[in-house]
Design a protein. Sequence first.
Length: 277
Amino acid sequence: MSRLKVKHSNPEGLFDSRVFSQVVTVSGNAKTIYIGGQNAINSEGQLIVRDNLELQTKQVLENIKIALENKSRILGESDYEVFSVLLLLKKIDGKLNIVFEKRAENIKQGGEICFPGGKLDLSDADCSITALRETYEEIGIPNEEINILGQLPPFIAPMGFLIETFVGYTDFEIENANINKDEVEKVFFIPLEYFLNTNPDIYDIVIEIKPYVEKNGEKVVLFPTKDLNLPERYHDKWGGIKNKVYVYHTKYGTLWGITAKLVYEFIKIIKKVKKNA
């Protein structure tokens, strides 16, 4: 059975309502676009010429055109598993900090520093709900205590999954939160100023593609390159593509990999905004 992915959006050119989504896109083996009932409202929320039916009709048709042109941001997006994380900001002593968690030792990627987040669930209306749900499940901050400020561009991880990153703010006293100790060892804060003033170390790794996996010392073929008569160079591992790894050194441990990359890209945006202000 195909896994359905649901995306709510207000495409640029349509009125951005805080009450409803103009477009809902459902992707699986096929894509279905649901468009909210349209009237003669422009992108500013203004009614076009109240008594001119011709101009109103043109505006409605233009709105529908914009909605239908609301294409996927990434070719083949529906093929990726989707994960959603929350880059959460909190003021401490008047200064903005980023909230991090250290994963419990006995789980996957145990002991590593990351943002709260997890895999998109079929019950989640959109990826922001995933980020909020996982944040509550992991570090106990209720949804209503978080203000979503925006979203970073989607990121395709080298391992082949899509990460949606939401930026939020909270005044919630996290020290009083009910942290899920089965998943999270501790929650801590690093001043935004540290990342603004600190360049990460950047290393290279090499990513190779294998048409098989190894189980119990044996190769289990996933992609039968020999049977498909593909060139011999594809019968074993190939590729060897370099990929950059970002590393920040903090008093809580090494912040690296995807989380460090997301921090790095967020800081680039902050610096650009400050420069243009």
